[in-house]
Design a protein around this ligand. Structure first.
Ligand code: 8DG
Ligand code: CA
Ligand code: CA
Length: 571
């Protein structure tokens, strides 16, 4: 797998966030899916993994391979039907992946009878199959010599050449092209037992992701109900399980109970999950009218849980109710909302005023656009467009795409870019650069709305001023028309940092939220320091530090390096 080195202090003026994946079409599939995943169908290849004889990082890698290709499938608009899906029960699987090569050992996990009805393959089969986008011939990877014939016979690749895509189809080539390196390997020094999530490795998709999704429903519901402390307990429990590299089973349950923040209540729920594959409370919440309503209402930008609860009390249950409450038509077309009233000869609108903020009616109309996730290629395109405009105003700025994109997400909800002007000392030179850029982007009809534009402050060790002393603009952005694509409104956050706070800004805005929260806590409790996106200082004498790289921040805080792709401590 691809290993990314910690970045050095030397940055180019373009993003140095490496694209983890080759470019792929920006179209997206309208597959039916639940919990964000495509639903399995007859053409899904069901895979069971026997964990015996596999080390933790291999188990994690194999589970991750499956989850990742499902996400790729969803993102890539591929019509390829051969998806791989995990099955806990070997009985339900088409293929059993195992490193066990002896009959006696195998029979501890699967009966011989059952084994004869399946294809039993080595882990490399899964790697190669996912990579090429269709099942490799199982016989070439047969785990047990005695079952070579059965493995060949039961291999799902036999269907290749009938109704399903096989090696030579363009679809399979397309999928092959979009499977890239996954994430940094987990370094042995990052222990899953560590108390702080900033000292653990949290992959984007973990081996217990199905359990995480259940716990996330409960966490979200606590948040929607305003039970913030309780929500935080779930958030912490989720972060702990996220870095646990073994599957939760009756055998591992005892160890799970010893993980940080796994209190009695959470352990009870984990145990329910082990026994039934779900958490009853999560199922009950997910189907309740109140949860569904509050979750739907808060998808509108600017409506938080408290407002959502008030609206619910007034009878609002759906987005349609909300639209009539705010007297908005429900055609959902946001294209007429841009505040431009003149048009150039080539059809580009000319803005007549400063970018407006995002009133609730506009937010409602933009909701459908905001629901459409942003693929990595488009994130990069947006960054390129912004940096081109910035260059015309102020050459030599450094920038980095941060947020979920940097943590390896295939699709983001919004785009976050940290920008740093070239000169180190002169605050006046950078003051207002953000506002200038936003104005310029608005003049070119690239930014349609600005929800927040903060002033510029030097680092404030006593937190006497705002939350963090960075210049930031939270905006709505649309890529320039290319004659083909529909203008989809995207959320774009631009964060301007002074050179001395560039690296802390990058860490803060790379997230995840829990990673950042624990970083602050670690700095305070363990090191007597204060960390936030705008800087790093020692509490007792307010001594400021000027990190020269991201790794430098970890070093100053006495933490081992954690690759951005392993900072996914949130669900
Ligand atoms: P996505 O939903 O956009 O796909 O994922 P994300 O990129 O992880 O979420 P995000 O909401 O865009 O947040 C990115 C990171 O930025 C997250 O770790 C939290 C952090 N962050 C904010 N707002 C602020 C803020 O005002 N100050 C600081 N320092 N950090 C912030 O979201
Ligand atoms: Ca983001
Ligand atoms: Ca953001």
């Amino acid at each position: 797998m691809h290993k990314r080195e910690p970045p050095s202090g030397e940055e180019s003026s373009r993003s140095n966030s490496p694209s983890l994946y080759p470019e792929r079409p920006a179209k997206r599939t309208r597959l039916s899916f639940s919990n964000g995943w495509p639903e399995s169908n007859d053409e899904t290849i069901k895979v069971h993994i026997i964990q015996a004889k596999l080390d933790a990082s291999t188990i994690s890698e194999l589970f991750f391979l499956i989850e990742r290709q499902r996400a790729e499938q969803l993102a890539a608009s591929s019509s390829l039907k051969r998806m791989f899906e995990l099955r806990n029960d070997p009985l339900e699987a088409d293929v059993i992946v195992t490193a066990v090569r002896m009959r006696k050992r195998l029979e501890r996990h699967v009966s011989w009878d059952l084994a004869q009805q399946k294809a039993l393959v080595l882990p490399q089969w899964l790697r190669n199959s996912v990579k090429q986008g269709y099942p490799a011939p199982c016989a070439d990877y047969a785990a047990l010599r005695e079952l070579h014939g059965e493995t060949e016979e039961n291999c799902p690749d036999e269907e290749c050449g009938t109704s399903l895509p096989c090696a030579s189809t363009p679809q399979s080539r397309a999928t092959s092209a979009i499977v890239g390196p996954l994430q940094a390997p987990v370094p042995p020094n990052l222990k899953y037992t560590a108390h702080y999530s900033c000292a653990r490795a949290c992959p984007l998709v973990c081996i217990n992701q199905d359990l995480i999704e259940e716990l996330e429903v409960i966490r979200r519901s606590r948040e929607l109900e305003g039970l913030d402390r309780n929500a935080l307990s779930y958030e912490r429990g989720i972060a702990a399980i996220k870095s646990y590299p073994k599957r939760v089973t009756p055998e591992t349950f005892h160890e799970v109970t010893t993980l940080p923040y796994l209190g009695e209540k959470l352990c009870f729920k984990v145990n329910e999950f082990i026994k039934t594959g779900t958490i009853p409370e999560a199922r009950e919440i997910a189907t309740s009218e109140r949860y569904r309503a509050l979750a739907a209402i808060t998808t509108v930008y600017g409506i938080g849980p408290a407002t959502a609860r008030t609206l619910y009390d007034k009878g609002v249950r759906t987005i349609e109710h909300l639209e009539s409450y705010y007297d908005v038509s429900s055609d959902g077309d946001a294209s007429n909302l841009d505040t431009f009233d003149a048009v150039t000869p080539n059809g580009r609108p000319i803005p007549q005023q400063d970018p407006p903020d995002l009133p609730i009616k506009v937010a409602l109309a933009l909701r459908k656009d905001f629901e459409i996730k942003i693929p990595r290629a488009e994130v990069e395109e947006m960054h390129d467009v912004v940096m081109r405009e910035l260059f015309a105003i102020q050459p030599g700025c450094k920038s980095m795409i941060v947020g979920g994109y940097r943590r390896g997400k295939l699709e983001s909800n919004d785009v976050d870019i940290v920008i740093c002007p070239p000169k180190a000392e002169d605050i006046d030179e950078v003051k207002g650069l953000c506002a200038k850029l936003v104005k310029c982007l608005h003049d070119k009809a690239l930014v349609t709305n600005v929800m927040h534009l903060s002033g510029f402050h030097t680092h404030d060790p006593f937190r006497l001023r705002n939350f963090d002393s960075l210049e930031k603009a939270l905006t709505v952005f649309v890529l320039p028309p290319d004659g083909k694509r529909k203008r989809v409104h995207r959320r774009l956050d631009l964060i301007f940092a002074l050179p001395e706070s560039y690296w802390t800004a990058i860490i803060g805005w790379t997230g995840s939220k829990m990673f950042q929260r624990d970083l602050r806590l670690w700095a305070k409790v363990e090191k007597g320091m204060k960390f936030d996106s705008s800087g790093l200082n020692r509490r007792y004498d307010s001594k400021l530090f000027y990190p020269k790289s991201e790794k430098d921040v970890f070093d100053i805080l006495g933490l081992d390096w954690v690759d951005p792709t392993l900072r996914n401590a949130d669900a």
